[in-house]
Design a protein around this ligand. Structure first.
Ligand SMILES: Nc1nc2c(ncn2[C@@H]2O[C@H](COP(=O)(O)OP(=O)(O)OP(=O)(O)O)[C@@H](O)[C@H]2O)c(=O)[nH]1
Ligand SMILES: [K+]
Ligand SMILES: [Mg+2]
Length: 367
C-alpha cells in the first residue's frame, strides 16, 4: 500500500473513532502514525533527490521574506503588482501564475521580498497541482499572507489551513515550551513542571515507542496537547506568522466585510481598487517584528538613509555582526554608544548584550 492510501486509511479510522477516555490512547497512536507518514511524504522517496522535480525556489533577498499563498484567482498577483514595482501577470482564469514571481516591497527603509506564487488547491499538501513546491517556498518565508476571496472566505480559509497544517506549518503559534533531547541510553526520562490535563506520561511513552525512540529526556513546561507533543518529537515544524488577507471586498456587502475585518489576524482589502493597502503594509511590518537601527560614526550625524534591519529582540552583538562579521570579536569591539528608546540616557555606553529597540542610533567604538 502506498503512503497516500495509508494516510487515507488512518484519517478514515480517526473519523470513525469516537473521542472518549477509552479511545484516547488509540487516537494518540493514530495521530503519531499519521504525522510520521506525512513527514515521509514530505521527504519524498529515499535515495531519490528532490531535484528531478523543478522547484519554485528563488534566491533570498532583502531583510525579510513574505509569501503569498491562496487559491487560484484570489488576487495574489494583483497585490504584488500594487505593492511592488514588479508586474506579475493577472487574469480572470485560474493558474495564471505558474512559478514564483519575486518583488520588493519597500517600507520604512526596509526591503521586504514579496513572493507571488501559483495558486494552490485542496490536496496541495499531497502533491496536487504542484502544491508541494508552493508549500516548500511558503515554509522558507518569515511570514505568510494567506489570501482569500472575501466571498468564499470561510471555506477557503478552512481548506488552506488544513493543507498548511498537514505539512507542518504552524500559523501564529509558538513552539510548545518543551525540552526534548534524544539520547543513546538511559531510557525515557519524563518530567513535567505543570499539571498536564490534555496528555500524560503514558501517552508520551506510547508515541515515542511509535517513533522507535527508547532513550530521551523530556521536560514539559506547559499544558500541551497530544498534537503539540507530536510536533515536538517530529522537530521539523515551522512556526510562521500569518495574516489572513480578504480580497475583493468591493464585491460583497459592508456587513460581511465588517465581520471579516473584526476577526483575529485579518485584513480586508480590495487590490483592484487599492482599498486598505496602506493598512495591510503596516500590518505586514508589525507581523514581521523588525526594528531599524541607524548607525553613526564618531563626530558625524547618524546615517538616516540605510538603517540596519534586525529582528525584534536583537542586541548590539547582532547589530555588530550585521555590519561586519568580525566587529563583535573581543579583539575589535570596545563598547558601543546608544541613543534612543533602549538607552537610559542619551547616549548610553553599553556592551554587546544590550538589547536594541526600533529607531535606536548606534555607534561602535573599536579597540
Ligand atoms: N472585484 C475584484 N477583482 C479583483 C480584485 N483583485 C483582483 N481581482 C481580479 O481577480 C482576477 C484574478 O486576479 P489574479 O491577480 O490573477 O489572481 P491570482 O491569485 O494571482 O491567480 P492565479 O495566479 O491564477 O492563482 C483578475 O481578474 C483580477 O482582476 C479585487 O480587489 N476586486
Ligand atoms: K488568475
Ligand atoms: Mg497569479
Amino acid at each position: 500500500m502506498g503512503i497516500l492510501e495509508r494516510i487515507k486509511e488512518i484519517e478514515e479510522e480517526m473519523a470513525r473513532t469516537q473521542k472518549n477516555k477509552a479511545t484516547e490512547y488509540h487516537l494518540g497512536l493514530l495521530k503519531s502514525r499519521l504525522a510520521r507518514l506525512r513527514s515521509q511524504l514530505l521527504e519524498g522517496p529515499k535515495g531519490q533527490g528532490k531535484s528531478d522535480e523543478k522547484g519554485f525556489e528563488v534566491v533570498k533577498h532583502g531583510d525579510a521574506r513574505v509569501a503569498l499563498v491562496g487559491f487560484p484567482s484570489v488576487g495574489k498577483s494583483t497585490l504584488l503588482s500594487m505593492l511592488t514595482k514588479t508586474k506579475s501577470e493577472t487574469a480572470a482564469y485560474e493558474f495564471t501564475t505558474l512559478t514564483t514571481i519575486p518583488g520588493v516591497l519597500e517600507y520604512r527603509d526596509a526591503k521586504i521580498q514579496l513572493l507571488d506564487l501559483p495558486g494552490i488547491i485542496e490536496g496541495a499538501s499531497q502533491g496536487k497541482g504542484r502544491g508541494r513546491q508552493v508549500i516548500a517556498v511558503a515554509r522558507s518565508a518569515d511570514m505568510i499572507l494567506l489570501m482569500l476571496d472575501a466571498m468564499k472566505a470561510e471555506e477557503q480559509r478552512i481548506l488552506l489551513e488544513k493543507e498548511l497544517e498537514t505539512v507542518g506549518i504552524r500559523l501564529n503559534k509558538r513552539p510548545p515550551n518543551v525540552y526534548f533531547a534524544k539520547k543513546n541510553s538511559g531510557g525515557i526520562l519524563f518530567t513535567s513542571t505543570v499539571p498536564l490535563t490534555r496528555m500524560n506520561e503514558k501517552m508520551a511513552y506510547m508515541i515515542l515507542h511509535e517513533y522507535r525512540i527508547h532513550n530521551a529526556e523530556i521536560l514539559i513546561r506547559e499544558d500541551i496537547s497530544v498534537d503539540e507533543f507530536i510536533d515536538v518529537v517530529e522537530g521539523n515544524r515551522q512556526y510562521i506568522r500569518c495574516l489572513y488577507v480578504y480580497n475583493k471586498i468591493d464585491s460583497t456587502t459592508i456587513e460581511h466585510v465588517d465581520r471579516l475585518a473584526r476577526m483575529e489576524h485579518s485584513v480586508v482589502v480590495s487590490c483592484e481598487l487599492g482599498l486598505n493597502l496602506d493598512y495591510l503594509v503596516e500590518k505586514i511590518w508589525e507581523y514581521l517584528q523588525l526594528i531599524r537601527v541607524y548607525t553613526k560614526k564618531q563626530g558625524n550625524p547618524p546615517d538616516l538613509r540605510e538603517p540596519l534591519i534586525l529582528r525584534e529582540g536583537s542586541t548590539v552583538e547582532d547589530a555588530c555582526k550585521a555590519i561586519h562579521r568580525s566587529l563583535a570579536d573581543p579583539s575589535q569591539f570596545r563598547y558601543a554608544l546608544v541613543w534612543g528608546r533602549s538607552a537610559k540616557h542619551d547616549p548610553q555606553r553599553v556592551g554587546l548584550s544590550h538589547p536594541l529597540l526600533d529607531e535606536d542610533v548606534l555607534q561602535v567604538v573599536k579597540k
